[in-house]
Ligand binder design. Structure first.
Ligand SMILES: Cc1cc2nc3c(=O)[nH]c(=O)nc-3n(C[C@H](O)[C@H](O)[C@H](O)COP(=O)(O)OP(=O)(O)OC[C@H]3O[C@@H](n4cnc5c(N)ncnc54)[C@H](O)[C@@H]3O)c2cc1C
Length: 419
């Protein structure tokens, strides 16, 4: 019997995890990436496996966002510009910022969170992934009572969904992380979290996929998904070459609109732009931070990695562009200076921007494209792409092959829910 041929389009963390699980099951997998492995949003994110975190469509969030637009210290930004796609998306997002939709999204994300953390633990162990994985949870720290109230509410939601975060006093936080300033009011600890170097995770998973038989083609863009009647037959590359396949999985992140258009299927994804600045601390100054923490008011992550510290965050809906805005880059390190003393870095080793693929209900789109057998999408992971990558790979495995594990929340992620 000939083995099923699968093409995965996109070599970000989602595509690589899909390839890995399908190759492990013995399918003939070809992954096609137009640039390099992990060269999109997966390259420079904060590296936080942030399971159980509440979705972006919180009730009242629209009003809050409108207020934040007027605040230059806000991590959130929408430059005023005519963009009909974005206006439509914001309108849909607004309709999901209510209690019922929030609980639906939180329910889906939280149960996926438990499963994905188990998968991270076993993948790192079984595949011996050298990606600096530290299963030590992470912290959130606040300067204001308003932020403390927000965390308190998140903590209560997470407890309802089976997580065990705990509020912490300022003193307790400073004991853990002496670099934190006296002005910190308090925060929380999320024990069910982890940190890794996200790019190394993707590279290591790519290596494991190849070991299991996956073929990886780099530097070629997929320009069209080929079909006959309602059956998928392969993909067309920018070189004119056709690659035959029975199944095609689109894991193209923020760049997902074009390839589904031909099938009359519109994915409501908007790019949520973020930044990182990686630094090395001077040997003469105070010791660098040793724990991963989020600065609540600015939503900037401080993630210590091997040999450097990454400051990452901000979210800007400014359409499809990779312009490095110095002001936004400065924002990630300037806001860190409000929370930490002795922030004397001697060297900036990387400045980067990436586009998070965001859906209006804060939940990814994973599943079949309706009306065409053999075509699947796995995108829209927004702020949780690294976190949910292993479980997404497992869900795609389930769709393509049917596996022993069942994930009841797959229904909530079906891409046709927006139709
Ligand atoms: C500043 C920042 C911080 C973040 N922090 C975290 C965090 O701490 N934890 C977390 O879980 N998530 C975090 N995220 C989100 C996470 O990075 C994304 O959700 C995730 O990387 C999305 O992965 P992806 O594989 O879907 O997309 P991408 O990584 O963007 O990959 C898509 C790939 O598809 C390729 N491609 C597109 N079109 C084609 C085509 N036609 N042919 C061939 N190839 C194609 C692109 O070149 C790209 O490499 C953060 C994001 C940002 C920007």
């Amino acid at each position: 019997m000939t083995k099923e041929r699968v093409v995965v389009v996109g070599g970000g963390v989602i595509g690589i995890c899909c390839s890995y699980f399908l190759a492990k099951r013995g399918l003939r997998v070809t992954l096609i990436e137009r640039n390099g492995i992990g060269s999109g949003a997966s390259f420079g994110n904060a590296g936080s496996v942030a399971v159980g975190h509440t979705p972006i469509n919180k009730p009242g969030r629209v009003l809050e966002a409108a207020r934040e637009m007027l605040n230059p210290r806000s991590p959130f930004r929408i430059p005023l510009r005519w963009n009909p796609g974005l206006i439509k998306w914001l309108w849909k997002y607004r309709s999901h910022c209510n209690k019922e939709s929030f609980e639906r999204s939180a329910n889906a994300l939280s149960s996926l969170g438990h499963a994905t953390l188990d998968l991270f633990d076993s993948l790192v162990d079984q595949e011996n992934l050298k990606c600096g994985y530290r299963r030590e949870g992470f912290f959130e720290v606040c300067l204001t009572n308003n932020a403390l109230e927000h965390i308190n509410s998140d903590v209560r939601t997470m407890v309802r969904y089976g997580y065990s975060p705990a509020m912490m006093s300022a003193g307790e936080l400073r004991e853990v992380e002496p670099a934190l300033k006296e002005t910190i009011l308090g925060g929380a600890y999320f024990p069910q979290g982890a940190t890794c170097d996200p790019f190394r995770f993707v590279l290591e998973m790519a290596r494991s996929s190849e070991k299991s038989g996956a073929r990886i083609i780099l530097g070629n863009e997929v320009t069209e998904v080929l079909s006959q009647d309602t059956k998928i037959t392969g993909v067309l590359l920018d070189t004119g070459e056709k690659i035959e396949a029975d199944t095609v999985i689109l894991t193209t992140g923020s760049y997902s609109q074009r390839l589904t258009q031909k099938f009359g299927f519109h994915l409501p994804i908007q790019p949520g732009k973020g930044y990182h600045r990686d630094v090395r601390f001077s040997c003469e100054g105070p010791p660098p931070p040793t724990h991963t923490f989020v600065m609540s008011e600015t939503s900037v992550y401080c993630s210590p990695m091997s040999g450097f510290t990454r400051f990452a965050g901000t979210i800007e809906f400014s359409g499809m562009n990779h312009d490095l805005n110095k002001e936004r880059l400065n924002y990630v390190t300037n806001s860190a200076a409000e929370y930490m003393s002795g922030l004397e870095y001697s060297e900036v080793i990387s400045e980067w921007t990436g586009l998070r693929p965001c859906t209006p209900d804060g939940v990814p789109c994973v599943g079949p494209v309706p009306g065409h057998s053999g075509l699947f999408v796995a995108t829209g992971h927004a702020t949780l792409g690294l976190t949910l990558a292993p479980i997404t790979g497992k869900m795609i495995e389930q769709y393509v092959l049917g596996s022993s594990e069942e994930f009841p929340q797959m229904e909530a992620l079906k891409p046709d829910r927006f139709m």
